[in-house]
Write a protein that binds this ligand. Sequence first.
Ligand SMILES: [Zn+2]
Length: 381
Amino acid sequence: MGSRRGALGTALFAAFFFTLVSSCLAESPRRPAAVTEGVPEAAAAASPPEAGDTPGSAAPAATAPGAAASPPEAGRLRCAVMPENPRPGEPVTVWIAPSLSTAWEETGAAFSAVLFTAAGKRLSAAPFFAVPQAQGEPPLLAAVLAVPSTSENGFAHIQIGGGGETLIEIPVIIAERTFVSEEIPLNQSLTDIRTAPDPRKTAESQRLWAILSKTGTDIYGSGNFIPPVGSTRRTSFFGDRRVFVYSNGGRDTSIHAGVDYGVPTGTPVAACGPGRVVLASSRIVTGNSVVIEHLPGLYSLYYHLDTIETAEGALVAQGDRIGLSGATGLATGPHLHWEIRVSGENTDPDSFIGRPVLDKDAVLARISDNTLWNLTVSERR
Ligand SMILES: [Zn+2]
C-alpha cells in the first residue's frame, strides 16, 4: 500500500466528499457525554469509556441552518437503514453501497454510523465493516447500531461519517416501547456478590468490556439466530426495569440486559449462531460464562452455566452445545441468562431470531428499486 495509492485515495475521497458536503446536515450535534448504558454489569466499578467511540464520529463543521442546497442526486450516497422504525433495544443495520465503498477502500478511511436523538444526544455508534459480494463486485459496507433500551420514542437520525467529517444524515423514528418493572429481593450472599467491592470483580468487568467494545472484521454468519435452549419459559425479559432489594433493606436499580429462561440445572445450552468463542470462564457476578463473537461488534453471552463445554478460541456452528445451564454467580435460582451485545450496547435477543441482522438480499433489492433514503434530515422536514 504505497503512498501514491494513498494520495489517489485521498483525492477520490475529497472529490466524493465535495459533492456531498453542500447537502449535509444543517444542524451539527456535538458529541455528547459518555454513554453509560454499555456497562457489562450494573455492578461494574470501572465504567467503560464511550461505548462505540469510533473514528469519524467527531462533530462536523457547522453549516448555517437552511444552507442545504439542492438534494443529492439519487444514488450518490447509496445507503439504507433497516429497520427504519426501530424500537428501543433493537439493532439497526446501516448499509452503504459500492460507490462509497470504493472510496473507502482507496483511502482506508474508517467510516462510522452514529445514532442521535432529534435533540442531538448521542445514543450509540458503530464502525462500518465490509460485507463481501459476488466475485468482482465491490463489498457493501454495513454498520450494526443498537437503539439503547433507555431511548425515548420519536425522531432520531443516523450520521454517516468518515475521515473526521459527516457525510450525511438519515432520519429514523424510534418507535414506542414499554418494559416490565420488577422487584428482586436478594439474600445476604447475593447482596454481597452485587455490592461487596472486589478487585477480581473489577478486573473481570474490565476484561469483558474490552471484549464487547471491540469491533473485529470477521463475519462468521449472517442469518437468523436460534434460541439457545428448547424451552420457551421466560422468567425475565429484555429491558426489565429492576429494583434489587438488599438484605440490609438498601435498594438499587438496574435494567435487565438479556432474557432469562427458567430451565432446570443441566439443560443443554446451544450457540445461537455461528461464531468464535471469545470468553469461556468463571466470573463472580455472572458465574460460568461464555461469550461468542458472530459479527464485527456483535456478541452473544450465556451466563450462570453449571458447566462450560467449550473453550476460548473455539469455532462453533449454530446449535453447537457450549455448556449446561445452572445457577452459578448472581442467580436466585437455576436459569439461563442469554444476552446479545452490539457495539457494547445490550439489545433484545428476540430481534435477532426474527430476521437476519445482515439482510443483504433485502438491501440489494432496495438499491435496485432506488428507494434509498439519501436525503438529509433538514431536507425531509
Ligand atoms: Zn438475566
